[in-house]
Design a protein around this ligand. Structure first.
Ligand SMILES: [Cu+2]
Length: 548
């Protein structure tokens, strides 16, 4: 199953039926409206689609440290609107390494591959001149705007209710038989991914956020040489920005750089630094990652400093104050190119996109809190009760193939206990013991799905061995405990588990010898190789690879 699994993919490689669904959902965004009417201050009655241009135009966070996380929130919220229209959709991306007019190995449906052109009237409109269909009939622009019988021209009224007169594109159609002319190469993308630090406070050319923003700037000009001020009038811009965010997410999920997932360390020297940035109006703006993310915090737009609905306080007042260190802007969305997903972590998305977080209390009970709506406020802490004489350590959380969350935690009795949602997004079953092995379990468990969706859980026993159980079918029952044996003089602590790009799970654990040892699936879903030492450094490793 691919459609509806919440993962963002290369738009050319999803089924054409899914591309059609995405197009239709974007068209539907211009048939749904925020409250109010055009004469109010600030204007109401703006379509979900025109709201994107309104947000981007007057906020316009570019050229500084806020650029990447600000556009992450914009794309996350856009995806959420798409999912309100069609819950199966994800905001897929245009891979810069492909020519969107001419993608030779695209998905043409029925399990077949062939040449895909994203710029046609069935999907994103023409690559040259005006975008045309499907956006012209959809009212996304009106060449006659401002003339009798037509709505006013947004460029003259400055009212986000009104349409712009054009969505210009500037790339000639692909010549018949010509080879693809992609925007970027693998080497260019890898150069960006190899930047070691986020911030631009070190030597020139060392900053990840600068390198990625530069790559992004050229991507805009590649297909539409228009002012950035007007760029978000074009639906294709969201496929572009999903790809920018994808590269950011891939950089963040580099397993050798866990600091890139931590809200306190991801931004390096720019974590709380005032960074002066010139804006499009010729003024200097101060960007600082401790600023509120606007307009979604208070409704104030940064550049033009005017309020925007529904987040400003005098009307709908839906703002939710948060800065760029908030987990919702730091946590990478799910992309098919994320280097890994950090399994064993205790926060994840529900099937409907609401984040949910779990923690063990000093009372030995499992406590959780959840978003009451995607991107939104959090419910009060709720206890799921204790088990096994009191839970200890860090729980392991993962999503079943059918979308139900499932969690394992270790009890004081040395057994692993689990609990699961009885339906996606829904209530929880009672605690169930999966029993103990290896003289009782010692560390915290880790859990991840195999490539076929079956969950697999791992934990170190008091015997120093790695113990393993797995679902015998997706969503289904669990196999008896299996030992992968011991190594390194006895394993200790909590293992680190991740999935390789080809779908094979791989696990690291620390030995009593201070070295990290790893073990991996020899094929997706399949058997496991023998233990292999990756050696030690720093006088022997001390902490667990990840987790506690
Ligand atoms: Cu952009």
């Amino acid at each position: 199953m691919v459609l509806g699994d919440g993962i963002r993919r290369n738009i050319a490689h999803v089924d054409p039926a899914e591309r059609n669904m995405l197009r239709d959902a974007i068209l539907e965004m211009h048939r749904r409206f925020y409250p109010g009417n055009r004469g109010e201050t600030p204007p109401g009655g703006v379509s979900w689609w025109f709201k994107q241009d309104e947000i981007h135009q007057a906020t316009h966070v570019h050229g500084g440290p806020e650029f990447l996380p600000w556009h992450r929130e914009l794309t996350n919220r856009f995806e959420e609107l798409l999912r309100q229209i069609n819950p199966q959709l994800s905001l897929h991306y245009w891979d810069f390494k492909e020519d969107p007019r001419n993608i030779p190995n695209g998905n043409i449906g029925g399990g077949m591959t062939g040449t895909v052109n994203l710029f046609d009237a069935n999907f994103m409109g023409s690559s040259s001149s005006s975008a045309g269909e499907p956006w012209l009939t959809g009212g996304f622009y009106d060449p006659q705007a401002g003339n009798p019988g037509h709505p006013p021209n947004r460029d003259f009224t400055d009212n986000p209710v009104d349409p712009p007169p054009d969505i210009p594109r500037t790339r000639a159609p692909a010549a018949p038989g010509a080879p693809p002319a992609p925007y970027a190469t693998t080497a260019q993308e890898n150069t960006v991914l190899a930047k070691l630090v986020f911030d631009a406070q070190g030597a020139p050319g060392t900053s990840f956020r600068e390198a990625l923003e530069q790559l992004h700037n050229g991507a805009h000009g590649y297909y539409a040489n228009v002012s950035p001020h007007n760029a978000f009038r074009d639906p294709f811009v969201f496929l572009l920005h999903s790809n920018v965010d994808r590269i950011y997410a891939q950089w963040q999920t580099d397993p050798t750089h866990p600091e890139r997932l931590d809200p306190n360390t991801v931004y390096g020297a720019e974590s709380s630094l005032d960074v002066p940035v010139p804006d499009l109006l010729g003024n200097t703006q101060i960007q600082n990652l401790t600023h509120l993310v606007e307009p979604w915090s208070t409704g104030i737009q940064i550049t033009e400093n005017r309020p925007i609905r529904p987040w400003e306080p005098t009307h709908e007042n839906q703002g939710s104050p948060h800065n760029y260190h908030h987990i919702s802007v730091v946590a990478p969305p799910r992309y098919d190119t994320n280097t890994y997903e950090w399994y064993g972590r205790t926060m994840t998305q529900n099937a409907d996109g609401r984040l949910e977080v779990f923690v063990v209390g000093n009372d030995g009970a499992l406590w959780h809190s959840w978003q009451t709506a995607p991107n939104n406020g959090w419910a009060a802490w709720f206890s799921q009760g204790a088990a096994g004489g009191g839970l200890v350590g860090t729980p392991a959380l993962a999503q079943n193939a059918d979308g139900r969350l499932e969690l394992y935690a270790r009890g004081s009795d040395g057994a692993l206990w689990h609990i699961w949602q009885t339906a996606p997004n829904n209530g929880w079953a009672a605690w169930f013991s999966q029993g103990a092995a290896g003289g009782g379990f010692a560390g915290s468990p880790v859990m991840a799905p195999s490539a076929d969706g079956r969950l697999e859980v791992f934990v170190v026993g008091n015997d120093g061995a790695l113990w393993h159980s797995w679902q015998t079918a997706p969503n289904n029952g669990w196999a008896a405990w299996f030992s992968h044996g011991t190594t390194g003089g006895g394993l200790v602590g909590t293992p680190a588990l991740a999935r390789n790009a080809d779908g094979r799970l791989e696990l690291y654990a620390r030995g009593s010898d201070g070295a990290l040892w790893h073990i991996w699936q020899t094929a997706p879903n399949n058997g496991w190789a023998a233990w292999f030492s990756q050696g030690a450094a720093g006088g022997g490793f001390a902490s667990s690879a990840v987790g506690d």
